[in-house]
Design a protein around this ligand. Structure first.
Ligand SMILES: NC(=O)c1ccc[n+]([C@@H]2O[C@H](COP(=O)([O-])OP(=O)(O)OC[C@H]3O[C@@H](n4cnc5c(N)ncnc54)[C@H](OP(=O)(O)O)[C@@H]3O)[C@@H](O)[C@H]2O)c1
Length: 206
């Protein structure tokens, strides 16, 4: 059992937090308000291994922390909670929506630069939240990507993903490769429009 922090009370935070509890971990969902109604409702449903707190409480609680906040505020939120994140693995799955065509630096890079003592791994931002820790929601082998500077952190995240059912986990390289992963959003949105469903993923055939 790992202590997992989930920063965010939106649909992604809820999907990740619920699946982490189902996988046997203790989970704290974090928000601006420790009495956030969505977080409290989730914890009541999720059972004894679920708890709620502020973003700072959540960062302090987790050995591994997922950043599931809005892309517009993702950097600010983790900066404000940085004390609790020192030495920890932060899985950043945020996207800027709409994408900022003028920005060359990814959110993943900005977060790693702002939090040098945190082991940031960009992952899971390239697929719908219902599939992030439930890859069996789609048939066949499909792919998930990791970007980060810390090889040990990527291995640990890889183990967590493998335990949730992932087989094709592709290490893209250091955190600068988060640009590639984040740039897939435009393509993902075009596919969503064309296919009329969010239940799809990229599969890298080789
Ligand atoms: N939807 C998907 O399937 C999917 C797939 C890949 C990546 N993503 C990414 O996942 C992230 C989460 O998406 P989402 O739709 O679940 O949630 P969201 O609505 O984008 O964000 C919700 C979270 O952001 C926090 N927040 C919003 N405004 C804030 C502010 N001004 N200051 C501090 N915190 C603020 C909220 O805090 P409170 O809890 O205090 O309200 C809440 O916890 C996004 O970055 C999104 O791009 C989503």
């Amino acid at each position: 059992m790992i202590d997992i922090g989930v920063l965010g009370t939106g649909m992604v935070g809820e999907a990740i937090a619920s699946r982490c509890v189902a996988l046997g971990h203790a989970v704290m969902m974090g928000s601006r308000d420790a009495r956030n109604p969505k977080a409290l409702e989730w914890a009541a449903r999720a059972g004894e291994h679920a708890r709620v707190g502020t973003f700072a409480d959540c960062a302090a609680f987790g050995a591994i922390v997922f950043n599931c906040t809005s892309g517009a505020v993702a950097l600010d939120v983790v900066q404000a909670a940085s004390a609790g994140l020192a030495g920890k693995i932060l899985i950043d799955l945020t996207n800027r929506l709409p994408p900022d065509p003028r920005s060359t630096e990814s959110l993943g890079e900005q977060i790693q630069r702002a939090l040098p003592d945190t082991r940031v791994v960009k992952a899971l931002n390239t697929l719908n939240c219902e599939l992030m820790l439930s890859p069996s929601g789609l048939p066949g082998n499909h792919s998930v990507f990791l970007s980060g500077n810390d090889a040990g952190a990527k291995q640990e995240v890889g183990r967590l993903l493998a335990a949730s059912g992932w087989h094709d986990i592709i290490d893209l390289g250091d955190i600068t490769t988060a640009r590639a992963a984040e740039s897939l959003l435009t393509f993902w949105l075009a596919l969503y429009k064309a296919l009329g469903t969010a239940t799809f993923n990229f599969s890298i055939v080789r």
